[in-house]
Design a protein around this ligand. Structure first.
Ligand code: SF4
Ligand code: SF4
Length: 185
């Protein structure tokens, strides 16, 4: 049983390599339980919708004065789970991997910040909290922090479940258990 995401495609890709990777992700999902896949991605999207204004608020407070912007990191990539989420959702597909060669900057970084909506970013760009932002979260109520962590867990579980579905592997997540129960009924 798998609980970690695979590192497949977490590397620079040419645009052709990116198209091939998207095609592979689509092929892996074809013939799988489409209703289950869509419901997993809907749950992921609901959690991102909750997180988005929170993260945007933290960014407003911390990013303008940042001396070491995280988007300058050179090892931020989409991985296989990202590709599965993107292809199941199938709206506004990003045109490529974050970079086509090692050492390049992220192609989505603009002078106004990230050009992508949070739904279309690599997952690491969805959840990453730097130290100043971690402090902001710690200043929130315990209840709020629990909801925040719950949203991250929801996304993480969904991604693991989607990858398990794509490769025909069983996973321990709620979705997979529900699918097995559905089959037994
Ligand atoms: S999220 Fe944190 S590390 Fe990234 S740019 Fe903003 S303040 Fe800097
Ligand atoms: S995808 Fe967006 S958030 Fe992620 S590193 Fe690139 S510019 Fe930054």
């Amino acid at each position: 049983m798998g609980s970690e995401e695979s590192s497949l495609y977490r590397e620079p890709l040419t645009d052709k390599g990116w198209s091939d990777a998207l095609r592979y992700a689509r092929e892996r999902m074809s013939g799988r339980d489409r209703v289950l896949a869509v419901s997993i991605v809907s749950r992921i999207d609901r959690a991102i919708a909750w997180l988005d204004p929170v993260m945007a608020g933290y960014c407003e407070q911390s990013c303008p004065t940042c001396g070491d912007p995280c988007c300058h990191g050179k090892r931020i990539f989409y991985n296989f789970a990202d590709l599965l989420v993107l292809t199941v959702r199938d709206t506004s597909l990003p045109p490529g991997q974050t970079r086509t060669a090692t050492g390049e900057g992220c192609r989505y970084l603009t002078s106004a910040g990230c050009a992508l909506s949070r739904y279309h970013r690599p997952y690491v760009c969805v959840w990453f909290l730097c130290e100043p932002q971690m402090k902001l979260l710690q200043e929130e109520s315990v209840r709020f922090q629990r909801t925040f962590l719950g949203a991250l867990l929801e996304i993480r579980e969904g991604r693991v479940a989607l990858e398990a579905l794509a490769v025909g592997r069983e996973s321990d997540t709620t979705d997979q258990r529900a699918a097995r129960e559905k089959k037994k009924a």
